[in-house]
Design a protein around this ligand. Structure first.
Ligand code: SF4
Length: 398
C-alpha cells in the first residue's frame, strides 16, 4: 500500500479483517476430509482449531474443570484430558458435563480406558489402535467410539515408535513415522471407521515438518499439528512458530496444539498468535508496537504490556498500533483500527487515530492505557453490531 493511502473500510469489517484480504497473504489449505470432534469441525474448510491439554490430576474433577474454564476463556476450541486410570475415566463424566468445549480423552494404551472415556462423554479418543492389543480390543474401542459419536486421534510420536520400525529404519525418521501412522489408520479403515485425525510429532522441528509433509501426501484425513515437548515458554514458542508456522504456511494442518512446559493457557495464546500471524484465524487484538528508543514520547514497553493484559478479554479481531513517535506512528496508524503515536521525546502528548485518521490529541494528564482500552472496546462493540446486522459469523468461529 502506498504511504498515505488509507485503507478503505467496508461494512463492519475491521482493519484487521482487511489486512488479510490481500492476494499475497492468502494461504491455500490442503483439502482434507472433515470430521467432527463434538461440536467442533476439524478439516475441510473448518477454521483451524486451537487446543491444549490439562495438567491437573484428572481424578480431581474440580481442579480439572477449573483449568478447562481458564482454557475456554482464553479461546480454546478443544481440550485434551489424560485418562491414565479408572479413577480418571470416572471423573471424566463429571468433567465432560461441565466443559463447554469438546474434550479429547488421552488414552494411549489401555483399551478399557478408551471404552470408559467414550461412554463418559469424550468427543475424541487419543489412542493408537495398534498399541492396544488384539483385533478384538480394537474392534471394541472402535465400536464404543461409533456408539458414542467419538472421533479418534492417532498420535504418532518420534519418541515412542514401534520397535520393529526403529530396527528397520535405524532411527526415528519421517518415513518410519508416516508408516506407523498409516498402519494405525488402516486398522480403523478396515473397520470402516473414518472419523479420525492424525498427528506425527517430534521434538525436532525438521523431523516434525518432514513427517507432516509426507503424511499430507499420503492420506486425506485432517492433521493435528504439534512440535512435541517443544520446551519452555520462550524456546517452545519459537520452535512451534517455526515448525507449525512452516506447515500452516504450506497449507498443512487442521488443528494445532502448542506444547509448552508452561501454563496451558499460554499454549492457547501462542496457538492463536501463530494463526493470527498467518492470517488463518483472527481472534482478539493484534497489537502492533515499536521496540522503542530514545525518541519515544512515552514508555512503549510498559504501555503495551498493560494494554495486552487489559484487552485480553476482547475476542473481536481488530488491530491497535502503539508507536513511540512520529517516525513510524502515522504510517502504522493508517492500517489499524485504533492507533496511538507518541509526540516524541520530552513531549508528554500523543495523537490518537481511529480507522486510520487523526482523531484527537491525548494529554499527559489522561490515563493513556484506560483511554486507549476504552476506544478499542468501543470499536469491538461496533464491529460486533455491524456483523450481527449483516448476519455474519461470530468472530471466534471465523
Ligand atoms: S517508532 Fe520512534 S520511538 Fe519507536 S523505535 Fe522507531 S524511532 Fe524509536
Amino acid at each position: 500500500m502506498a504511504r498515505g493511502a488509507r485503507i478503505a473500510y467496508l461494512g463492519g469489517m475491521s482493519a484487521e479483517d482487511h489486512r488479510h484480504l490481500r492476494p499475497w497473504r492468502m494461504i491455500q489449505r490442503r483439502p482434507s476430509r472433515k470430521i467432527r470432534v463434538g461440536s467442533v469441525e476439524v478439516g475441510g474448510d473448518a477454521p483451524i482449531s486451537v487446543q491444549s491439554m490439562t495438567n491437573t490430576v484428572t481424578s480431581d474433577a474440580g481442579a480439572t474443570i477449573d483449568q478447562i474454564r481458564q482454557l475456554e476463556e482464553a479461546g480454546a476450541d478443544i481440550v485434551r484430558v489424560s485418562c491414565p486410570d479408572e479413577d480418571s475415566t470416572k471423573a471424566f463424566a463429571t468433567i465432560a458435563r461441565a466443559a463447554r468445549v469438546p474434550l479429547v480423552a488421552d488414552i494411549h494404551f489401555h483399551y478399557r480406558r478408551g471404552i470408559e472415556a467414550a461412554k463418559a462423554g469424550a468427543a475424541c479418543l487419543r489412542i493408537n489402535p495398534g498399541n492396544i492389543g488384539s483385533p478384538d480390543r480394537v474392534r471394541e474401542v472402535v465400536q464404543a467410539a461409533r456408539d458414542h459419536g467419538c472421533a479418534i486421534r492417532i498420535g504418532v510420536n518420534a519418541g515412542s515408535l514401534e520397535r520393529e520400525l526403529l530396527e528397520r529404519y535405524g532411527e526415528p525418521c519421517p518415513e518410519a513415522m508416516v508408516e506407523s501412522a498409516l498402519f494405525h489408520a488402516r486398522l480403523l479403515q478396515d473397520l470402516d471407521f473414518h472419523e479420525f485425525k492424525i498427528s506425527v510429532k517430534a521434538s525436532d522441528v525438521f523431523l516434525t515438518v518432514a513427517a507432516y509433509q509426507q503424511l499430507a501426501e499420503a492420506i486425506d484425513c485432517p492433521l493435528h499439528l504439534g512440535v512435541t515437548e517443544a520446551g519452555a515458554l520462550r524456546t517452545g514458542t519459537v520452535k512451534s512458530a517455526i515448525g507449525l508456522g512452516s506447515l500452516l504456511w504450506a497449507g498443512i494442518g487442521d488443528t494445532i496444539r502448542v506444547s509448552l512446559a508452561a501454563d496451558p493457557v499460554e499454549e492457547i495464546k501462542v496457538g492463536f498468535d501463530i494463526l493470527k500471524s498467518l492470517g488463518l484465524r483472527h481472534r482478539g487484538v493484534n497489537i502492533i508496537a515499536c521496540p522503542s528508543c530514545a525518541r519515544q514520547g512515552f514508555n512503549v514497553i510498559e504501555t503495551v504490556a498493560k494494554l495486552e493484559e487489559r484487552l485480553a478479554h476482547v475476542s473481536t479481531p481488530l488491530s491497535l498500533s502503539i508507536i513511540g513517535c512520529v517516525v513510524n506512528g502515522p504510517g502504522e496508524a493508517l492500517m489499524t483500527d485504533v492507533g496511538f503515536t507518541g509526540g516524541g521525546a520530552g513531549k508528554a502528548t500523543g495523537m490518537v487515530y481511529l480507522a486510520g485518521k487523526i482523531d484527537h490529541k491525548l494529554g499527559a494528564e489522561q490515563d493513556m492505557v484506560e483511554h486507549i482500552a476504552e476506544l478499542v472496546e468501543k470499536k469491538a462493540a461496533e464491529i460486533e453490531a455491524a456483523k450481527l446486522a449483516e448476519g455474519r459469523l461470530a468472530p471466534a468461529a471465523e
